[in-house]
Each structure stands twice: as C-alpha cells, then as structure tokens.
Design a protein around this ligand. Structure first.
Ligand SMILES: [Zn+2]
Length: 696
C-alpha cells in the first residue's frame, strides 16, 4: 500500500522548494531570502540536515534561535519546512569526547577530526543515544508548529565516510563487527551453514564460531572470498536500513503526525548499498540528482528517475526529489553552466517520471565550507539569475501539471530487473585493477565498475522513447512476487536464486517474454557456481564456460558487434544469430505460452553502441506495441500517464491518457501523436517547453 503523504499539509499543493541554510547566513539576510523563495513560487524550504553541531553547541545545550527565526519567516511567507535531523554529522564536541564514535578504516586508522561526512559510525549504541537526545529536542520544539511539512533523517546515508574508500569499505570498528556477527548469526543460525555459504573451506579459512568472523578489510579483494564480500554488502544495506528505521521510530513516537524520510543518490555499486533495502519503512525516499556532474543526457535523467520511482514503488515510499541541481557544480563532477531552461526541464522530467515533490539544491551558493560557490540558484552575492527567473515561471506550470495528473498513473508493461547482487559480484570479480605493490593488474576494471550500470542503461534504451515506461524491480522483489508485466528485461542475470528463477520461469510459461543475456543464473545467491547454470536448463543448451570479449566481436546478423561477457554454448536449435566464429550469439525459444530471447553475450551493454541500432530495433519489436506513440523531428521526450480507472470508449468525460511532452530542444517542435497507428493530433511546443495533453 502506498503511504498517503500530505504534501505541505494543505493537500492541494505540490512540494516545490529548495534548500536554504539559515545557520550559514547573517541574520539580516534571512527575511530577504525567505521572501525571494516565496516570490519564486516555492513552498517548502529544507534545512537542518547538517546542523546538529550548530544547534547542540555543547552537550545538552541547544541553540535554536536562528531556526526559530527562520520558521517564523517561513510562516510569514506561506512556506513549509522540511526539517533535517542532522545525524549524518555529529558535533565536534561529541567526536572529541567520544573518539569511539569514529569510523575505523581497514588498517585500524580513525577518520580525521573534521571534514568527512558522515563522521561517526552509526553502529554504536552511543551514537544512537546521542542522536536520540538531539532529535528529541528538535522534534519536541517544532512538532506542533504548523509550518513543519516533514522530518528528514540523516543525509545521503549511503555516502561513504571518506572519498578514498574505493576498495576498502568502512567501517571496521568493534560495534560494526558486533552487528555484522549478529547479522550473520541471524541469517545462518549455525556456523557450519555460514562456512558452507561463505565457502571458507577453500584455502582453509573455516570459522569455528560466529565470534571468529571479521569485517572484510581487504575490500573487494578480501582474500579472494567473494561470498563474504557479497554478504558484507547485504549487511551494509540492511544495517543502514535498521538505523534509519530506529531513528524514524524514535521521531514517530514523539510525533506521529509528520512523515519521515531520507535522501540518497543513484551511483556506483561499490559506493552505494541497495536502495530497495535502504528505503524500506521510509514515508518518502529522496532522490539527489546533479545532471551536470555526470552524464547529462535526457535519457540518463529519465532512466535514473524511473529507477527511483521503482525503488519507491517497491518499498511503498513516496518519490521525492530531495536535491535537484540548482546551479553549477563545485569540487566534484564537471562544473558546467546551468541555465534556467535546464532547471525548468529537469523539474518537468521529475514530475513526468512520477516525482511527488521537487526541491532544488541550493538557494544561494555557500560562501564558505566544502561546497563554497556551488549549486546556487542565485549568484554568490545574492543577486538574481536567469535560473531564478525560470523557476518563477516553471513553479506555476509544475503545480498545475501535478494537479492535472491526479487520478492518473504511469502503467508499465515492461519490467527491468536491476540485480544488485549480480552487480556486486561482477565488481568483486573484475573490479578496478588490483594495484598491489608487485604491480598485479588483473581483471577488467571497466567491466567491474560499469558493466551492471551499462547493462541497465542498455535495457532502458530498449524502452526509452517507445512510450512504454519500464518498471524497475530489484533482487528482493524478484524473489518475493510474481512478475506482472508482459516483458521482462533481465540484464546482468549472473546471480539468481532458485526462487527468483522460478518466478522468471513461471512468468515465461504463463505467457511472458523474457529478454536476457550472458551468464543467466551461472551462480546462485551466494555466488557459488552452479554445476548446471540456469541458462542450460532454461534454454536446453550445453554451457561450456564463459569468457570476456576483449575486442568487439561481430555477429553475422543485424550488423551488430558484441562486447562484455560471452557464454560459450552449444545450442541444437533456436539460434537466430551467430558470432563470426560460428558460435551461437542469440537464441529464441518458446516456453509454455511465452518466449525467451537470450543473447550469449552482454547484449544490453552492447546495445548502447550506436552501430547496434538494427539489433536494438529487433529487440524493441519484442515489446508490446504501444497504443499511443509520439513522433517528432526534435528532441521531444514524452511519458504516457493513464487514468487509474480507464473509462470506456464513448463514455462522457475524456482523457483516458495524459501525455507529458517535454521539448528539450532550443527549436520549436511539432510532436505528432498517433493512436493505434493513426495520426490523431499535432502538438506544437515552444523551445524548452513542456505540455500536458489529453488523449482518449
Ligand atoms: Zn563502525
């Protein structure tokens, strides 16, 4: 069941706001800031998520003065507050008084005195006690204030404590170890089961007792034990979720009336635990997105937004955009100009892909600190920018479109499974080059780091622009419930449990189409090799092992080239394309009422390559034919929303569909809308403009 959030508690308004930190600015500036925020049409201000040390200035002494004033100013300007319970950064006095709060790295070193965030390990009882005292003071003070919209716990909790943690995951303190042992004990019950799952007999590393196990200090190359590493990743996701739930429960006990959520970002596997686990139990889950820090394409933005909608759907959390880039990057990413039309189009994209609220980051760039000069909608001197002007205009459009979208939803006939365990395992095996002092470079770092994300991007490309919004599903979900869509795209299907496989198998038997690729179920959920991989039993082929494709390999059909991994198979029938060396490349097989398209190589990551567009078209043909399509010569993105309860043809009241059209081009665009193959209407879109249109 979806949780019912009350946006801004007037229920009629869309959350459209910005971060602004009153504790970082002179007091005399605050009235001006809040009146400008209101003038831009923004109705929520987010602050406090890093302010623990600024509020609890010494143990048990709380200074709320500047926040009291900010809250009064918010009230005066008709603005609500998303108040961050800043437990991601504990005060300096706490770190000094209790050094045991610090993260411990793989060599036993402690995190520095200042700088990192988060700066304290969340696994100690002391941390939770201090956090509870602090949140009690904040919540008690403001919970009855009508300006409070919601509480945010932590800030980007999946962020690693130091940027240098690429291969050495924190934390290795005694508290974390204790939690890891307890987690393992809960999962495996007895030590022999754990030894079997972790394959510790190999190289004679068997544990005699749960108290013998250690956190994997060697990072991904932990003595070569992939099973411990995989469980370490699962533990981290689960543990983070436990902490977030505990903090949320403490807030709810004091204040059951307001929603509680947290924020995170899509990112590389080695740095980001499983969102579909971390988000469980949150009322909302905030997406932090900085398009100009990474791949700034319309498609990539859409993909990540759809991934976030999937995470929220799978956990029942509301989809909030907690940080949408408001100005140029600083310190990380690739600083580029951010224009007013960027801000407007990103907001439209967020809404079109299902966001229930949007907050930019930030209102004005900080004049000091780790983000000096970055991300502001305003200039550093506080003067207005064309970004500010654009927000003034787009805020009304967004709220209006949000109202129109009520009663409509994005329905998905295609699912994309995003298997985090497979991603972790691929990273573990290939990983970044092993730069040991002896110069042992192994693996394919590019494959380890990017294979999974590229495969997801390739699967997304199959759907993007087709009008079929895919639904992202995750490991847990594939285990838990049957697949209800018509087509399942299953990239990087390396690790499959028996349960997940049976859901996939039954899905095909009962009429579904499965499109998948190399290494299908080659390993089980513990990353043990299956004697007979699932691809053999599913496709009735003989599997003779796999290899990495080091130079692009041609197919005899579609003019296509293959990259990534390759399964070496013998297939007596169903081969529809072969590699240049004669081995089977793509198979088609009927099973029950459904069918399987299987590529014996990394199909999805290969589809990103421009020269594979013919193959991309072939894969697209396997999807259901969309009833509505939009064609345009310019860069028009469109998302189809459908009435929750569609009305019968000819009945009164129109608009079973709303098309959210976004023109990403600086040219005016004509978008031709086709219904069941027939041209219905042409929508003219101004440059960088969006429009919602009703279609029966
Ligand atoms: Zn720790």
């Amino acid at each position: 069941m979806k949780k019912q959030l009350k946006p801004t508690q007037s229920a009629a308004e869309f959350v459209f706001g910005v971060t602004f930190y009153p504790d970082l600015w002179p007091r005399e500036y605050l009235p001006r800031a809040f009146s400008l925020i209101a003038e831009a049409g923004m109705n929520v201000v987010r602050f406090g998520e890093m302010a623990w040390g600024n509020i609890e200035t010494s143990p048990g002494r709380f200074d709320f003065e500047v926040f009291d004033e900010a809250i009064e100013l918010a009230k005066k300007n008709g603005i609500k507050i998303l108040f961050g319970i800043g437990t991601a950064a504990v005060p300096q006095w706490a770190i000094k008084k209790y050094p045991e709060l610090k993260f411990v790295d793989h060599l036993g070193g402690l995190t520095p005195e200042y700088g990192p965030r988060p700066n304290a390990c969340r696994d100690s009882a002391l941390y939770l006690q201090l956090a509870e005292k602090y949140l009690k003071a904040v919540v008690a003070r403001y919970k009855n204030n009508p300006v409070i919209w919601s509480w945010q716990i932590d800030n980007e909790p999946t962020y690693p404590p130091l940027d240098s943690t690429e291969n050495h995951d924190f934390c290795h303190c005694p508290h974390t170890l204790e939690k890891f042992e307890a987690w393992a004990k809960e999962k495996y019950k007895d030590i022999e089961t754990l030894n079997a799952a972790w394959g510790t007999a190999f190289w004679g590393n068997k544990f005699a007792d749960f108290s013998d196990i250690t956190t994997p200090k060697g990072g991904f190359w932990d003595a070569g034990n992939p099973h411990i590493y995989l469980d370490w990743f699962r533990f981290k996701s689960s543990r983070l979720n436990t902490v977030l739930r505990e903090l949320s429960a403490k807030i709810k006990k004091l204040d059951p009336a307001h929603p509680v959520g947290t924020n995170n970002f899509v990112g590389l596997c080695n740095r980001v635990p499983d969102h579909a686990v971390v988000a469980q139990g949150m009322d909302w889950y905030g997406w932090d997105v900085y398009p100009k820090g990474t791949d700034n394409s319309v498609e990539s933005f859409a993909e990540n937004a759809d991934i976030w909608r999937g995470i929220c759907d799978s956990t029942g959390a509301q989809f909030i955009v907690a940080e949408l880039q408001g100005g140029p990057n600083i310190r990380w990413g690739n600083p580029q100009k951010v224009s007013g039309s960027d801000l407007a189009l990103w907001a439209h994209q967020c809404l079109a892909h299902g966001a229930q609220g949007i907050l930019y980051h930030a209102f004005r760039p900080a004049l000091f600190g780790s983000e000096t000069g970055g991300f502001g909608i305003l200039n550093a001197n506080g003067s207005e920018t064309e970004r500010f002007t654009a927000i003034k205009k787009v805020s009304a459009e967004i709220k209006d479109n949000f109202t129109k979208l009520r009663g409509y939803q994005i329905k998905s006939e295609v699912a994309i499974a995003f298997l985090k365990a497979s991603e972790i395992e691929t990273y573990q095996e290939e990983g970044p080059a092993r730069c040991l002092p002896a110069g042992w470079f192994g693996g394919r770092g590019d494959l380890g780091l990017f294979h999974s994300l590229n495969s997801i991007a390739g699967a997304y490309r199959v759907c993007f622009g087709s009008g079929l919004s895919p639904k992202f599903i995750f490991d847990d979900q594939l285990e838990r419930e049957p697949i209800t869509q018509k087509v399942l795209l299953l990239p990087n299907p390396y690790l499959l449990s028996e349960k997940a496989f049976s859901h996939v198998y039954n899905f095909v038997k009962s009429g579904g189409t499965l499109i998948t690729e190399a290494r299908f179920g080659v390993k089980d959920e513990n990353a043990h090799l299956r004697e007979i991989p699932y691809l053999s039993s599913l496709l009735e082929v003989k599997y003779q092992g796999g290899e990495i494709i080091n130079a692009p390999l041609n197919l005899n059909k579609f003019g296509a080239t293959a990259s990534g991994f390759r399964d070496l198979i013998e297939a007596p029938r169903g081969v529809i394309a072969k590699f240049a060396d004669g081995l089977p490349a793509i198979l088609e097989k009927k099973l029950g009422k459904g069918k399987i398209i299987y590529a014996a190589y990394s199909l999805f990551q290969s589809l990103i390559a421009w020269d594979n567009r013919k193959l991309l078209e072939f894969i697209r043909k396997q999807l259901p034919t969309p009833q509505i399509t939009v064609k345009s010569e310019s860069a028009v993105e469109w998302v189809r929303w459908r009435k929750e309860k569609e009305e019968e043809k000819g009945s009164r009241g129109s608009g079973n569909n709303l098309l959210y059209l976004i023109n990403h081009s600086e040219q005016a665009a004509a978008a031709k809308v086709y219904v069941s193959g027939k041209m219905r209407t042409t929508v003219r879109l101004k440059p960088f403009a969006a429009q919602l249109i009703e279609i029966d």
